[in-house]
Each structure stands twice: as C-alpha cells, then as structure tokens.
Design a binder for this molecule. Sequence first.
Ligand code: UDP
Length: 472
Amino acid sequence: MAISQGGAHILIFPYPSQGHMIPLLDLTHQLALRNLTITILVTPKNLHYLNPLLIKHPSIQPLVLPFPPTTLIPHGVENVRDLPPSGFIPMTVALSDLYDPILNWFRNHPSPPLAIVSDMFLGWTNRLATELKISRYVFSPSAVLALSVSCNVWRHMPKRNDPTDENEVITFSDIPNFPSHPWWNLTPMFRSYAQGGPHSEVIRASSQGNLASCGFIFNSFTELERVYLDYMKKFLGHDRVWAVGPLLPSEEERVGRGGSNEILAGEIKLWLDQFEDATVVYVCFGSQAVLTNKQMEMLALGLEKSGARFLWSCKEPTKGHQVGEYGMIPLGFEDRVSGRGLIVRGWAPQVAILSHPAVGAFLTHCGWNSVLESIAAGVPMLTWPMMADQFYDADLLDELKVGTRVCEGERTVPDSDKLARLVASSVSDENGAPIARAKVLSKAAQESTQKDGTSYRAVDDLVDHLSKPKGL
Ligand code: UDP
C-alpha cells in the first residue's frame, strides 16, 4: 500500500496491555501531528484499539501481523484487555517470534521505516533494528525513576547473599536519593531471569536490548523527574533521552479512552455533580489488579468506616483468577453506603473522573499512567503499590509530597481502621499540604505540554532524531 507523502516513515510497536498501549497511542498522535509517516504494528485482536487514532489520522497505516503460534499463553490473552499480570513474561517471549515476519515486511517494503519506536518490553526489536541498520527507540510507559532502577538492575545484575531471601534489601547507590528495596520489589522480568527458567535468556537479551538502543522516550516531564532524567543520561552515556509527558487525551477524548462507554460516563458525571469540590475519593487499581475477596472485604470496610464519599472502579476477575476467590463486593455493602458511595464494575472513564472538581483524592495502585493522570488533574494520592514499578512510583510520590501510603503489596490485606482514617483525612481540611502541592505539579504538567513547554519541545526534538537515517 502506498504511504502518504509526509515526513520520515517510522514504525510504532506497542506492547499489548492497556497501561502500555494507551500512552504510546497518545504519543503516536503527537508524532502524527508533526507530520511523520507512521506504520503501527498490532496483532489482529488489538486492531480495534487503534480506531480512535486512525479516525483522527487516516494516513497512519496499521500493520497487522498474525499472533505467533504459542503454547505459552492461553488463547485469547493476546487481547489488550485480557492480559493478566502473570502473562507479561510469556507475552514478551511469544511476541519475539514476530522477528522474522517484521524483517520480511521491511525487506519487501518500497520505502521502509527509518526507525522503530517500541515498548520497553519489546527490547528484542533493537536486535532487529541493528540487522536492518536503522535506529530503535525505547518507549517507557514507566517513570524515569522506575526505569533508572530497572536499567541499573539489567546492567549490574545484582545477586542476593542468600538466594532464597525475598526480603534481602538491594540499594542502588548511584541513583539519586539511593532507592533501596527488598528483592521482591525488583522487576518481575529480572526476578524471573534470576530464577533461571526456559525463557531466561530471551528475557535477559530483550531487556538488555533496551540499554543498547538509540534512545529512551519517557511518559514523564522534566519538572517532575529532572534528577532522574539527568541520571539516565549519565547512566546511558548520551543525551538521547526525552520526557514527552504527560501523554493525555484531549478533553473530548477523555471518555472513550481505553474503551469506556458514554452512558456510564454520563451517569458518573451526574453522580459527581451533586457534590462540593474535593469531597469524593476515587478508588481504582488500574487495568490489571484484581483484589482477593479478603482484600475487597477490608477495603470495603475501610471505605464504610471512613464516612467519606467515594467512587470505586472495581475490576472483575478475568481468565486465570480462581472462580469465587476474587473481586467479590461484600454482601449489603452497596446498600450501607448508598448515597455516598458509587461502585463501577468494569472500565471507568478515569481521566474524566479525575478531572471532575468533586474528586479530592485518588486511592491508587500507583500504575504510572494513573499517577500521571492524577498529577495532571491536581489530585493528591493515597498509595497502595502492588507490583512491578509501582513501588518506585509510590516512593516518588512520597518524595514529591503528594502521596500518603495506605498499604503495600499485591496480596497484603489492608488494615480497615488505618484505611478509614487516611481516606477520611484525604478529603478533609487536614490534607491542605498535599492538595497545594498537587496543584503546583498540575500546573507544571500543563505548562510542559503547551507550546514551547519542555515536553512539547522534547517531542519536536524527538521528531528531528526520528527523521534522520541512522548514523547521521
Ligand atoms: N483505566 C481506565 N479505567 C479503568 C481502569 C484503568 O481508564 O477502569 C486506565 C487508566 O486511566 C490508565 C490505565 O488504564 O490510563 C492504567 O494504567 P496504569 O499504568 O495506571 O496501570 P496498569 O493498568 O498498567 O496496572
């Protein structure tokens, strides 16, 4: 198919989970606005997620390659919505079998891309780019701090004194503020590699492919993570590091983002409209985490005892969750909190909710998109990091003074009294300092993406780099 006569041709390759795909599609929109010629690679079950982008930019070409045959993950999990946290490693391995089909596509294309921008979980695309003599850029949907730790881990490959001790503390003494974490907080990819297993080498080579890539693109902004951006440049030994965030939908696109529906969004808005400013706590743990019934019970009890208004977006169990053990809302809870608590099952229009004036605090698992969306909306957070980069994100929020830790760990059951107290105070006058701080960061976030803001200029500079053939 003929490619429109725009700027340089690049290939975008997102990783198929909501938290990874949403921001890279938002970045693709920014790149298309700057006239790059774009091909975007997906497997068939994820093609429809591109629709809003393709409607806005009909010149973007989807490249749909069949999902590689695999026994590693159950049939259907290839869909962005269905990927459970335990599917991330097998998915990375399965997708690496697209190497040859992509290579063939490039070789048969009359004017193939000059560069690949691919998700950090697709580090193997750097080997592909090297074979094609083009540049590969890493897209990180994670914070710069979190990636500083993960890149450090993959370069230095820390070992434990006692290989069975999950609590052994690893300190990263050359990263600013010396992040220090127990082994179980390190990236699951690395822990899986360290355990040894059939796919360890694929994971290691792919992850280290990031370190050797041409540059890093972060969904973050300079004013938020300046010290870590400077660190990454020093660590990598070059300046090809761009903070282009926060990548957010426009006001009109907030509701449909990630696939939520207009009717639900309208009902939620009407419900929130009843309340005064900053009096509702929004509760959501992202697109992956599903709470156990015990966690659900204690969270519900905490919300009930807090007396606060809340909107709880509650993810239903998916494939791989034992039937009856996850995601159950305690009996009678909804009646007991009726009038001040609303429960949304399924996909909530999160960006629209966070920007509603009635929302005063966000109880979050600290997924980086959620964190940035909250910062952009000026909403301080109650933090419950559960896995992967979320621990580092929660630390960053402590450092920025916009987060209050309420719980930690994927299987930890929160204390309902502590939760109730912190939830209640998050929407009371006591929370003045984090609220003020969140407003300052929100203003900085907005300024960064406006014309001539740091992120705006970073996208311009990135486009210049993407437009140059390798080596120029
Ligand atoms: N999200 C949403 N509605 C939901 C759950 C999640 O819109 O009900 C969006 C949220 O706004 C964010 C993304 O899904 O953009 C989740 O990404 P995050 O990095 O916060 O967490 P993850 O899902 O990767 O754990």
